[in-house]
Design a protein around this ligand. Sequence first.
Ligand code: AQP
Length: 355
Amino acid sequence: MSAFKPLVFSGVQPTGNLHLGNYLGALRKFVALQASHECIYCVVDLHSLTATLVHDDLADQTRQITAAFLAAGIDPNKHIVFNQSRVLQHAELAWIFNCVARIGWMNRMTQFKDKAGKDRENSSLGLLAYPSLMAADILVYRATHVPVGDDQKQHVELTRDIAQKFNNDFSRRIAELGVGVEMMVGEEKVNGFFPLAEPLIEGPATRVMSLRDGSKKMSKSDPSDLSRINLTDDADTIAKKIKKAKTDPEPLPSDVRGLKGRPEAENLVGIYAALAETTAEKVIADFGGSPFSTFKPALADLAVEKLAPMAAEMRRLMADPGHIDVVLREGGARARGLAEATMKTVRDIIGLLQD
Ligand code: AQP
């Protein structure tokens, strides 16, 4: 039985400074997966228009996210790094997926509900259709694995639903053209054109929470800069933000189960564990019973030790935007070749006439 070739795809929006949540939830996994998989990493600039349409520093933010990719250790020669808008096939496939997906599916997305808030009727059509473009980003390469933070799990699941409906709706054409790949869907063996991509979400920091409110995720668009640690923050800023991080008055518990119901404490322990590449149990074994006045400086030192070299490398890369532009242009050309090969077949499957 032939199978889809394992391929990793993921993206990050240029909507502001990357933060510790983006790093621990996504970027660090991107780097690790390079050793075992072919990877495509994308700065999803078209997605960022759903947050801010008129965006004075979009080009610079796109370069900044690329600098973070490279500074974290992504190798643009062995793998592919580019910005989404260079490869028009993403938008073309997204349109087709808009016709495959159902409005009800989009309306159920938690991120849409959170971002649209009470004024849904007034939110952009792009915000509603965001998961369709994300499905296209992944499937235009027929990628099989998608490393993301926990907040994106629902969108990857929707990507699977879209792939499955496309495979089903066009099953006859896929068989006639002989372009299907055999795969198991539940108990059933089917012949599909698109894989059902797997989200890769694991580790102690799949959802890093705001430093100001343990019930909200750390986010680029939070108006409070104190809510997040930016990858570009200097040592003093990191120490100040951790010192000011909201906590309860109790010392850390002596057992990891004691973190339940203490979201801020749980978050800081999770961050420590992720940065130290250990477990919450081990952190509690070392710091259980300690007051935050002891734990916070240790966490600040660890964060500075891990993040400072990356911040320095980002600054070095940002001083030469010409080099970043070359990386994105060359990556875009390689990505376009792969995406066009998929789209040629998709157009044939659908029956769109082409040259
Ligand atoms: N708090 C988080 N904890 C763990 N992972 C996170 N990610 C985002 N926030 C956290 C993961 O980072 C990747 C890139 O995210 P994105 O920029 O594409 O969009 P997002 O999920 O909407 O991130 P933000 O920071 O919250 O941006 P805004 O404020 O613009 O919406 C994704 O894999 C995401 O899961």
